[in-house]
Design a protein around this ligand. Sequence first.
Ligand SMILES: [Zn+2]
Length: 318
Amino acid sequence: MMQRDHDDLWRDFPKTATEFEARFATEADCRAYWIEARWGGKPACARCHSTRVWSEREGFLFECAECGHQTSLTSATLLEKTHKPLKMWFRAVFEISTRRTGISAKDLQRIMGFGSYKTAWSWLHKLRAAMVRSMSEPLGPFVQVDEALVGGKGGPHKELVLAAAEVGGRVRLAHAESNDKATLKHFADGQIAADAHVVTDGLASYDSESLGERPHEAIVQTKAERRENDVVQSCHWTISLLKRWLMGTHAGAVSPKHLQAYLDEFAFRHNRRKTKGVGRIAARVIEQLVARQPLTMRKLIDGTRRCRWFASNQAALA
Ligand SMILES: [Zn+2]
């Protein structure tokens, strides 16, 4: 994948709805931006990488002068095979980026005027996939780890969520089947720097087997002590914000099989809460729409299955 510095695109991105309307008034405006984000302004053949291409179908298709291959604007991106104009996608990106608390599929359906809920749902999942960075720096240098039960308003069913939080910084959340040592080790190895200092409560699964060489403090606290000085406060705050967000934005109606996707979205928003300007977020989302491989409906559904990260990496534990 092409590695470019996208700072100029970020700085340039509209920050208000009025600016946005003006900047992306036509399909051509959106295509120009897309071409900038995907190819640095010069469309290239997907087969031989030549930049000697002829634009066809009003700049939606590029035919290679060297090999004759036709490359579409959206091929090999998350928006591959979309039948809707880029202008609509840009609008949806702006909506999802400007709302601090995110958006439900029902909201998106109403805003975009989609006939079907299914369309809104699939758009939202593509946009979410774009929001979550594939590669992220592990947490450190001071990290708290805790677990909590989430969901099941009034019902008996609650889902286990593992939380890791830097003090005053970023968080990672994982929907897990268990908090046994193998699961915690997998979570720690994927999310926490190998030399980070880790603080947990007294749960027995947190030990050198699950946390490895990391310096570790296991602190058992009474309720009164916790009120005074909660040693895993960043985790507790994160979890309570998460619960509020799930109730507020999604009315608590999150099914277990999609929980990881919501956790990823929450973490993305939370970790960027100090990022100034929606422009940065929206530009980042578009950059990811460009850079990430297409998702089919099948993959969308599979990708949001329970314990996605755990199940898909279980082989690594063996
Ligand atoms: Zn070519």
